[in-house]
Design a protein around this ligand. Structure first.
Ligand code: AMP
Ligand code: MG
Length: 491
């Protein structure tokens, strides 16, 4: 049975925690008429919401924060965080309000949050709003990540209005309805640890374990077991990011999910040409969050998390757990990259092939996504690479040399062509959310209230491994104008 907005069961377990964890605050209505910008059927399915509800007159009103959803708790969560290496004791949901959580028939629990729904006690200097541009970027990318099989928050819809929002330019307001099993961040724990409120810290940990890691409850030390599990998930998550060329852009501890989800999409980006030093966030002047720094920053952030657990675990246990991160990360990354090349297992000879390929890609500014997708078509008994593959390198001689070694490895170590090619096409996407594609969708939406491009991108990105032959141009590397797109923390 599908729910309507009236029958959607909302429980509010987070609201039952002590008041120190959050503030109760209602969304601030938008002034101008609201409109639906986009609705995500796949996400509605998670909540068992009847897709017909989108036709109801109250839909836009509820998901803009203009009208309350029945039984909503209206909670803004408090958290702290290390931002660019420096501790900030008071952050929190400055522009997000949770309505409650709902459990679907498969037991999946989803918190429903309105992002951009007005000021909260955590807004500091901010206006509590989100602009259409950043909302479209988050909406598209969370679905793109899900399509790639990477853990992430999801999004149900975007609504918007003509309300003005002041950033570098005047823009318009939008509200994203974000979904996640939990929005608790590393910074949520730091909030209490650095205030010496260890009882509250313990309550939050117990809540997270009970709600999201019930299997850890019987461990000798559930807090240590939690740390170990978050380390595992984060290592795997970042290996997945690296394997598709995803750069988060702002890996502050307040943007790190306790569930190992990709969380808070701001100035993110995907690699176009392969450049390990790529910095996607124009506000990140020193490249703290450059693509090749992400694995190391993952560990740095986990060390911040481990620090908050020191009232409950020994320093030795914390260090031991953190020492597992590097091997877990490397194992996951190497395995993914071996699979991307068409091999089942990683070994030294594949490492050599990978290293040599990546260094040639860097020198030749080869497109990361398209190169791996092209390798899917290699025939192991055909010594001529497709021209389109060879053309991705300026230094053809070096590539030919590599290609010979690659084919030899395929002949001895990989499955026959048909099976291998099919498997490679399930791990090497044809479509990623390149900045220029997002930008085109944003411009159409901003200038003409035309949301068709969002629609097209959603179709492609929810299924990025399929060929979609009628959309070939969406797999193209960026056009020249895309070099001018600058994404920063402004959102
Ligand atoms: P972010 O960079 O989006 O992860 O946000 C960092 C912190 O700033 C969080 O506490 C946000 O809630 C807050 N914040 C960001 N933008 C705004 C805004 N427009 N109004 C209020 N708070 C904001
Ligand atoms: Mg954030």
């Amino acid at each position: 049975m599908k729910h309507t907005l009236q029958t959607l069961p909302l429980s509010n377990s987070f609201a039952k925690l002590p008041g120190d964890f959050f503030s109760q605050v209602a969304p601030t209505p938008l002034q101008h008429e609201t409109r639906l910008i986009h609705f995500n059927q796949a996400a509605a399915e998670l909540l068992k919401l009847d897709p017909e509800i989108v036709q109801s007159p109250e839909f836009n009103e509820i998901f803009s924060g203009n009208q309350p959803l029945e039984n909503a708790a209206h909670i803004a969560m408090g958290y702290a965080g290390h931002q660019f290496g420096y501790f900030v004791p008071q952050l929190g949901d400055g522009r997000a309000i949770m309505l409650g959580e709902t459990t679907n028939s498969k037991g999946g629990k989803w918190e429903i949050q309105l992002k951009g729904s007005g000021m909260t006690p955590y807004s500091r200097m901010g206006d509590g709003r989100a602009v259409l541009r950043s909302t479209i970027r988050e909406y598209l990318c969370s679905e793109a990540m899900h399509g790639l099989g990477i853990p992430t928050t999801r999004a149900l819809c975007i609504t918007g209005s003509d309300d003005k929002v002041y950033r570098e330019q005047v823009e318009t307001a939008a509200v994203l309805t974000r979904l996640a099993p939990s929005h608790v961040r590393f910074g949520s724990l730091e909030f209490f640890y650095y205030r010496d409120k260890h009882d509250l810290l313990r309550q939050l940990l117990d809540y997270v374990i009970e709600q999201h890691y019930p299997e850890l409850q019987d461990s000798d030390n559930a807090y240590l077991a939690l740390l170990e599990e978050v380390i595992k998930r984060t290592a795997k998550l970042i290996a997945q990011w690296q394997s598709v060329g995803f750069c988060h852009g702002v890996m502050n501890t307040d943007n790190m999910s306790i569930l190992g989800l990709t969380l808070d999409y701001g100035p993110y980006g995907f690699l176009d040409s392969y450049d390990p030093r790529h910095i996607c966030n124009h506000s990140d002047h020193h490249g703290r969050y450059a693509y090749d720094q992400q694995p190391e920053i993952g560990l740095w952030n986990l060390a911040c998390l481990a620090q908050t657990l020191l009232p409950f675990i020994t320093e030795e246990a914390a260090k031991h757990a953190l020492n597992q991160y590097a091997p877990l990360y490397h194992h996951a990354y190497q395995q993914l990259m071996a699979n991307k090349l068409g091999f089942e297992q990683h070994d030294d000879s594949i490492e050599e092939l990978l290293t040599s390929l990546l260094s040639q890609m860097q020198l030749n500014q080869t497109d990361f996504t398209n190169l791996f997708r092209s390798l899917c078509n290699v025939e192991r008994d055909n010594d001529q690479p497709h021209a389109s593959l060879r053309d991705m390198f300026i230094d053809r001689d070096s590539f030919d040399h590599w290609f010979k070694a690659y084919r030899a490895a395929l002949q001895t170590q990989a499955k026959p062509d048909v099976a291998r090619q099919a498997e490679m096409k399930r791990i090497n996407p044809k479509f990623i959310l390149r900045n220029y594609l997002a930008q085109a969708a944003i411009e159409k939406a901003e200038q003409n209230k035309d949301y068709s491009e969002i629609d097209t991108l959603m179709q492609l990105l929810q299924n990025p491994f399929a060929e979609h032959p009628q959309f070939e141009q969406y797999a193209e590397p960026p056009p020249e104008w895309a070099g001018e797109i600058a994404v920063s923390c402004s959102s």
